[in-house]
Design a protein around this ligand. Structure first.
Ligand code: GLC
Length: 484
C-alpha cells in the first residue's frame, strides 16, 4: 500500500466506493468470526483513505443500546418483495471512518439473536432487497458490492437479475465471500416466486439439486468470489469439503480467490485489560502470572511447569472434537492440565462436564461463551489445540499466537495457511486421533525445553496476522474487478 501521505492526496470524490453487505458486524452484534471480519476489514480499508467504505446490516433488537442510542435516523421507504410491501427504516452511524447503515423492520428483526427462525429466508431476502432499494435513497452506488455468506447472497442475485439494467446500477460489481460453505441458504423451490421474488429464466441461477440454493446463486451471479484462506479455496473444489457445491465451485474457479483473514489489533497482550498481567513478545515474564491466576480461577493446582493445553471453540464435530474425545483420557495420564471453553452440541458439553468431575485436578470444563474468560485462557495457557476437520480460516489460532500460546492444528483451510511447523506451531495432516496425540506430546516435550519454547513463543507472537496484510490482497482484488 502507498504511504498514508501519498494516499491522502486522493480526493474524496475519487475514492473507490465499497459497500459491505453482511448479517453481522463488530462492535454492534456478533455471533462469530464473520462479524470480526466485517468490523475489522472495513475499518482497515477506510484507514488507507483510498476507499469510501460503508457497511449495511440489519437492525436487530440485540444491537447494543450504547451504540443504538447514537444512531442517526435517515428516513424510511417501502420495499417490495413479491406481493409484500414492507417498511424499511434506515439508520446511520459513522465509526473510525466507516459508515454503517442499519435496516430497520421490527417484524423481521425485533427478535432475540440473529438467526434460527423459520422465516430466515424471508428475513434476509427482505434485507437484501432493501440493500438495493436504499441506494437511490442514499444516492450511493458502490463500485464494489461485497456480499458475505448466504444471508447476503440475494443482494448479488437481485443486482444481476433485476437492477443492473438500470443505468445507476449498471457499473456495480459484485464480490461474494464464503466464510463457511456449510451454510448455503437452501430452501424449497415452492418459495421461488412467492417469497424470493425470482421468476422465469432466473430460476436456473438459484436452483440446485431440486432446491433453491442462495450461495450457488451468488456464485453464479457475482463477478468474483472468494474464501477466507487460499487453502480453503482449493479444498472446496473437492467433495470432502464442499457440502455438495464442489461442481459449482469447479465450474466457477476462474473467478475464485482465497484471502487469509487477519485479527484485530485489540488482541494484544501488552494492552489487553481482560488479562491478569500484561506482557509482550519481547518480555514474556508476566505470562507466568497469567498462568498462575488462571489455574487459581479454574481451581487447578498451581503448577508452573505443567503445560496447560486449551481449547476455545464451538463444541461441534467439525471443530475436531471427535478426535479430542477419542484420546483425551490417554492424554490426561500425562503431566498436563486441559482447559476447554465453549458451548455447542449437548453430547460434547456433557462429555466435558463428566471429565471435569472425574479429573478435577487436570481438566476444567467451562461450558459458556465468554469473551473475558477466553482472553484469560489465551494468555494463561501454553498450548492451544485446534484440530478442525475443516476450517475456512479460523481466528483463534492466530489470537493464541499473539498471546504466545503455541497452536497444535490440523492442516486444513486457514489453519494450514497460518500455522507452520517449527515456525509458530505444530501440525498434523490426517484426521486421526493418534496423529493428533503424537503431535500434542511432541509439543509438551518441547515445552520442557525452555530455550526452544521461548523462541517458538517469540516467533508465534510476532507472526504477521495484521488486517493490513489481508487488506492489501482485497485491494488488489477490488482493483482487478474494476479494471474492465
Ligand atoms: C466462519 C469460519 C471461520 C472464519 C470466520 C471468519 O466462521 O468458520 O473459519 O474464521 O468465518 O471468516
Amino acid at each position: 500500500m502507498a504511504s498514508k501521505q501519498a494516499a491522502s492526496a486522493i480526493k474524496p470524490a475519487d475514492r473507490k466506493k465499497i459497500l459491505f453487505v453482511a448479517s453481522e458486524s463488530t462492535p454492534f452484534i456478533a455471533t462469530g468470526g464473520l462479524a470480526e471480519v466485517i468490523g475489522s476489514l472495513s475499518k482497515t480499508l477506510a484507514a488507507t483513505d483510498r476507499y469510501d467504505v460503508r457497511v449495511v446490516i440489519p437492525l436487530y433488537s440485540d444491537i447494543k443500546a450504547e451504540y443504538r442510542e447514537h444512531f442517526n435516523y435517515l428516513g424510511n421507504l417501502y420495499v417490495h418483495l413479491a406481493w409484500r410491501n414492507q417498511y424499511c427504516g434506515v439508520f446511520e452511524y459513522v465509526q473510525e471512518g466507516v459508515t454503517f447503515y442499519f435496516i430497520d423492520n421490527e417484524f423481521y428483526f425485533k427478535r432475540p439473536g440473529c438467526y434460527g427462525y423459520f422465516d430466515d429466508g424471508e428475513r434476509f431476502a427482505f434485507f437484501c432487497k432493501s440493500v438495493l432499494e436504499i441506494m437511490p435513497f442514499l444516492n450511493f452506488y458502490p463500485d464494489v458490492m461485497h456480499c458475505h455468506d448466504w444471508q447476503a447472497a440475494l443482494a448479488a442475485i437481485y443486482l444481476k437479475t433485476n437492477y443492473c439494467f438500470k443505468p445507476e446500477y449498471q457499473y456495480i460489481r459484485a464480490l461474494f465471500t464464503i466464510h463457511n460453505i456449510e451454510y448455503q441458504g437452501r430452501y424449497s423451490l415452492d418459495l421461488l416466486n412467492d417469497l424470493f421474488d425470482i421468476f422465469g429464466g432466473y430460476r436456473n441461477i438459484v436452483e440446485y439439486n431440486n432446491c433453491i440454493n442462495l450461495m450457488k446463486g451468488a456464485i453464479e451471479c457475482c463477478e468474483r468470489f472468494s474464501t477466507v484462506s487460499p487453502r480453503y479455496a482449493e479444498e472446496i473444489k473437492n467433495e470432502y469439503y464442499a457440502h455438495g457445491l464442489d461442481s459449482i465451485i469447479r465450474n466457477n474457479e476462474f473467478k475464485l480467490t482465497g484471502i487469509l483473514n487477519g485479527i484485530d489489533e485489540s488482541y494484544n497482550p501488552k494492552t489487553d485489560t481482560h488479562i491478569f498481567a500484561n506482557f509482550s513478545a519481547d518480555d514474556f515474564s508476566n505470562k507466568a502470572i497469567c498462568k498462575r491466576e488462571l489455574q487459581k480461577m479454574l481451581n487447578l493446582p498451581e503448577k508452573p511447569r505443567t503445560p496447560i493445553i486449551s481449547m476455545v471453540s464451538r463444541l461441534v464435530s467439525h471443530k475436531g472434537l471427535d478426535l479430542v474425545t477419542a484420546v483425551i483420557e490417554e492424554l490426561l495420564q500425562d503431566d498436563v492440565q486441559i482447559v476447554v471453553l465453549g458451548t455447542g452440541d449437548s453430547h460434547f458439553e456433557g462429555f466435558f462436564r463428566d471429565l471435569a468431575n472425574r479429573y478435577p485436578d487436570k481438566f476444567s470444563a467451562n461450558i459458556v461463551f465468554s469473551g473475558d474468560l477466553s482472553r484469560k485462557i489465551y494468555s494463561g495457557s501454553d498450548i492451544f489445540l485446534m484440530p478442525s476437520k475443516s476450517e475456512p480460516c479460523g481466528l483463534s489460532q492466530m489470537i493464541a499466537c499473539r498471546y504466545g500460546t503455541i497452536p497444535v492444528v490440523r492442516e486444513t483451510g486457514g489453519l494450514y495457511d497460518s500455522i507452520k511447523p517449527c515456525q509458530n506451531g505444530y501440525t498434523f495432516a490426517n484426521y486421526n486421533a493418534h496423529d493428533m496425540l503424537y503431535v500434542i506430546r511432541e509439543a509438551c516435550a518441547d515445552y520442557q525445553n525452555k530455550g526452544t519454547w521461548e523462541k517458538l513463543m517469540y516467533r508465534a507472537a510476532t507472526t504477521d496476522f495484521s488486517w493490513m496484510r489481508s487488506a492489501k490482497d482485497y485491494e488488489n482484488l477490488y482493483l482487478n474487478m474494476l479494471k474492465n
